[in-house]
Design a protein around this ligand. Structure first.
Ligand SMILES: Nc1ccn([C@@H]2O[C@H](COP(=O)(O)OP(=O)(O)OP(=O)(O)O)[C@@H](O)[C@H]2O)c(=O)n1
Ligand SMILES: C[C@](O)(CO)[C@H](O)COP(=O)(O)O
Length: 257
């Protein structure tokens, strides 16, 4: 069961002010090499439905999200369009599909470039995190509305973390440090942004990065965390898919279908 959804964004805008609208960009153009051979990861089935459709529904479940931009595998935009058309999605949400790029970073940029004017808050959500609960999505949006330029859902780490130094191919890696775990977080998506900050980050930062918030950090802007959720894990390796199937089966049992 999900909690009460957020009210529509800015239900009573001040005179002369327009409503703040939120869009979600879903990079879904990866191959899923770590998951093993098969269709592009976003199109693989979870509970009989493509993982991407779960991720799209997770964004559209938030009443604040009125547009979802899906960044499809470069040769799969037509297939993704027809998938979206053939699955039930909320009428109040618009959808756009654009072809993706070589890296996640490039795919997000292509999604951002396709975003029409009028969306001032942007979520970036991995297709590979199909089970993020709507409460987490809403918490991210709320924190951006409260003024944070960038927001990441984050969880404390369960394992102790070691920093190692590079070693030769058959050498054991030497441990060089044990960072204070209490100050480390594993971050998830959707990450939420003030659109102007995210666009500037993508135009300015040229390093390869693994998430969008780190690009905003490089601009010197504040990035804050909200509590993440265990079920927002990323389907990366085969065991993650087993866990995702189990979580979905439990949800369906609890929902009575
Ligand atoms: N060129 C790329 C690479 C990744 N992604 C997307 O970025 C998200 C997170 O990436 P990851 O889990 O690393 O997916 P893959 O790149 O597909 O996985 P792998 O590295 O195992 O190939 C996924 O939704 C993936 O589809 C993308 O849109 N474009
Ligand atoms: C964006 C991300 O999901 C945050 O944890 C992650 O950095 C993506 O990493 P990947 O190696 O591209 O899966």
């Amino acid at each position: 069961m999900s909690a009460d959804p957020l009210p529509p964004p800015s239900p009573s805008p001040a005179p002369g002010r327009t409503t703040v609208r939120t869009a979600a960009v879903i990079p879904a153009a990866g191959r899923g090499v770590r998951l093993g051979p098969g269709a592009p990861k976003a199109l693989r089935a979870l509970g009989g439905t493509p993982m991407l459709i779960h991720a799209v529904r997770a964004m559209a479940d938030s009443r604040a999200v009125s547009l979802v931009v899906v960044v499809a595998p470069p040769d799969g935009a037509a297939e993704v369009k027809s998938l979206l058309e053939s699955h039930a999605l909320p009428d109040r949400t618009d959808f756009l599909v654009v072809p993706g790029g070589e890296s996640r970073q490039e795919s997000v940029k292509l999604g951002l470039d396709a975003l029409p004017p009028g969306y001032d808050i942007v979520l970036v959500h991995d297709a590979a995190r199909p089970l993020v609960p709507v409460d987490t999505v809403d918490a991210v949006i709320e924190a951006v509305r409260d003024g944070a330029p960038a927001v990441v859902p984050a969880l404390p780490l369960a394992d102790t973390v070691k920093q190692v130094a590079p070693a030769g191919p058959d050498e054991p890696e030497p441990v060089v440090a044990t960072p204070d775990r209490s100050l480390l977080r594993a971050v998830q998506t959707p990450q939420g942004f003030d659109r102007a900050a995210l666009v500037r980050a993508h135009e300015t930062v040229k390093d390869d990065v693994t998430d969008d918030a780190s690009m905003v950090e490089q601009l010197g802007l504040t990035v804050v965390t909200v509590p993440g959720h265990e079920e927002a894990f990323k389907v990366t390796r085969p065991l993650d898919l087993v866990l995702a199937e189990a979580v979905l089966a439990r949800r369906r049992l609890n929902d009575g279908f």
